[in-house]
Each structure stands twice: as C-alpha cells, then as structure tokens.
Design a binder for this molecule. Structure first.
Ligand code: SF4
Ligand code: SF4
Length: 246
C-alpha cells in the first residue's frame, strides 16, 4: 500500500482555489458514493475544492478568461493544469462543475465548511458566508485525508435556530442582524421562506437583484466579503435561474 502524500495545494491557493478537503471514498457515506454517476471504480479519493474570499475573483479577472461562466472555465483549466503538473501519473475525473447533481453542502458539512445560516447560505467561522464550492474531483491519488470534523456541526436551520448547531457561528450570534436586514422578511417566521425571497428578488428594481442584504449584514468573516462586481456576478446567475424556474 502506498504511503499517503501531503496535499499539494499551493498552486491551487495561488489561483484563489484556496479551500481543499480530501476524502477517502471508503470513508464517505454509501449514499453519496452510490449517487456518483459513472461509479467510482478505479478511484480512491474524492477531492472537494472551494474558494474563500476575493482571491479567486481577482485571479479570474487577471487570467482574461471570459464567456458565460468564467469562474467555472477558469476552475476547470486550473485543475487540469494542476493535476498534469503535480500528479501526472494519477487518473482523475472532474465531477463538478458538470451536469450531474452532487450533494455539495453535505460534502461541505463533512469537510467542516458548511453550517446553515438563517438565509440558507453556508457559513463557517473563518470565511463567514464568503466561500463557495468550485470543484469535486475523483482521483486515484493517495493524499492524506483531511481530518474528521466536529460531529456537532449541523446543516439544519432548525437546529441552528434552536442552538443545536454547536460549531455554527449562528448558534452564538445573539442579535442575528441578517434577519432584520432582509427587506422581504424572508426569515421572520423562524424558518427561511424561499417564496418571499424569490418574490422580492424578481421585482423590477429589487434591492436584492444583485446582492443579498442579509448576507452582507452578517459580521462573520466580513473581511472576506466579495467586492460589488463579484457579488453582482454571483447574484445575476441566481436571479437568472429564478426568472427561468419560478
Ligand atoms: S448574522 Fe448571525 S445569525 Fe445571521 S448569518 Fe451571521 S452569524 Fe448567522
Ligand atoms: S436575497 Fe434579499 S430577499 Fe432574499 S434572503 Fe437575501 S436579503 Fe432576503
């Protein structure tokens, strides 16, 4: 059996893909592994890659990558280059970005990144809500797996509201300014109302067309808050999805 190898994350960090978690497939819940289209035969690990803060946005702008989804295109290009330079002898396939649905928030919870906020965007103590999942890679690598995380973490808003999400920053947040900052009162009933949020965002001239005022009001990780252009890019994609499906 090969010895495990430290994860060579520095080249990814330099491109703003600065969050990494490595799972041995054998340690992941069966339903997650079983849901992977095409199966996992020949692979040994699943690598979750994310970004935190503004570095990825800066790297994408500097790269000159354009098109409809420059962040995904830049991410795919960066990962292929990283694998060919750092792990040329390993077999891999990129599951995400891609067409198949993946339980990203569950993987994020297993990595210790995801705890549900009242407005259902993931939050953690370091980055606040200013991070996202950028790639999931299956590989036959032997990287050292990421350490197991606090089993008290919860991805359920009701747990958070009740204070059961022990490692969520929301559990210790007394004022919960995000709730008052939402102009649609989408969290006023003690649970998140997607319907209210969507109705507000769809209005002409909505104050949440290109942002989420609740997210911006959260003080956790505020040093990493996206710039207005990054926010506009992120929220224009979700607004388009809302307009197509609601
Ligand atoms: S303001 Fe408080 S309750 Fe709201 S997301 Fe931030 S930490 Fe959680
Ligand atoms: S996008 Fe706007 S309406 Fe929706 S939860 Fe955030 S603040 Fe509320």
């Amino acid at each position: 059996m090969s010895e495990s190898q430290p994860f060579p994350g520095a080249p990814l960090d330099r491109c703003g893909l600065n969050r990494h978690a490595v799972f041995d497939l054998a340690d992941l819940p069966d339903d997650i592994v079983g849901s992977i289209a095409g199966g996992t035969t020949g692979y040994r690990q699943l690598i979750l890659i994310g970004h935190g803060g503004r570095a990825l946005w800066e790297a994408v702008k500097k790269s000159g990558v354009g098109g409809a989804d420059p962040i995904d295109d830049f991410t795919l290009r960066t990962i292929r280059q990283w694998m060919s330079e750092c792990q040329p002898d390993n077999r891999y396939t990129i599951l995400y970005p891609g067409p198949q649905p993946l339980a990203l928030q569950r993987l994020g919870a297993l990595a210790g990144w995801h705890h549900a906020s009242p407005f259902m965007v993931g939050i953690d103590a370091e980055w606040g809500t200013w991070y996202a999942y950028r790639a999931v890679v299956l590989a036959d690598t032997h990287f050292a797996p990421s350490p197991a995380v606090d089993p008290g973490a919860s991805s359920c808003f009701h747990d958070v509201a009740l204070g059961h999400g022990r490692s969520s920053p929301c559990a210790a947040c007394q004022e919960k300014p995000c709730i008052a900052a939402c102009p649609a009162s989408a969290m006023a009933g003690g649970a998140f109302s997607l319907q209210r949020c969507v109705a507000w965002r769809k209005q002409d001239g909505s104050t949440c067309a290109l942002t989420c005022l609740a997210r911006v009001a959260c003080p956790v990780g505020s040093d990493h808050r996206y710039c207005s252009a990054q926010l506009a890019h992120t929220y224009s994609i979700s607004l388009q999805t809302i307009k197509e499906h609601y």
